[in-house]
Design a protein around this ligand. Sequence first.
Ligand SMILES: [Zn+2]
Length: 235
Amino acid sequence: MTGPPAEACARCGTFAELEAFGAERFCAACAARPDVAVVEKYRQAHLGKLDALTWVVGLFAPGYLVAALGLLSARDFIDAALALCAAAAHGLFFAGLPWARPLPLVTTVLLLGATLVMRVWAGALFAVPLGLAAAAYGHPVTQLYFRVDVPDRRLRPVVERMQLNAFAHSAWVFSLVALVLPLLWPLAFVLTLRALATGGGRKLAVRALAVCALGPVVFCALFTGAYESLGWASV
Ligand SMILES: [Zn+2]
């Protein structure tokens, strides 16, 4: 990352050994400043790193696996195969394989379609994992995990949002994670209340509050669905 010496720093113009951040080069003193090359530093820090949305989508893999085992024991082989495919798709996504990036989206669309075709209206709940899979497919930070070449213009708003409203951003991330890990729900709720009270990032805090409100509903519905599909209701 070190450029040839005797080149001018893009910020202060000093001739020194320079560090490259994207297309620009800076001297060591300027490179260390928090306001220099913010987007590029963020990109380098997050390239290939697991982000919250990938965790959320990945956590569906064990869920689908448990559902598949339940369906297998109930001798519902077609649904079990579908659930196994979904578990594999979400697991491969979590592993960060570039070709697996669209798989959760594809399998969740299939599951949603299959349940609606069979007139199982509770299948409409697949809209939640579908929304999460779509968000993870399109989110610039998740794309960095998959080492997609994300342009600066798409990454800059994310970086600015995180810097300006760190509290609201944490609340938003935790409210999404709590959809899959209900144990984290109280933490997400407290963070959301703090974010609302501090006033920064109000839009994001309100969205977090909406997801927090949705959390218990999704959890109860999924729990009831798993309970019934595993046949425990008849025990
Ligand atoms: Zn400089």
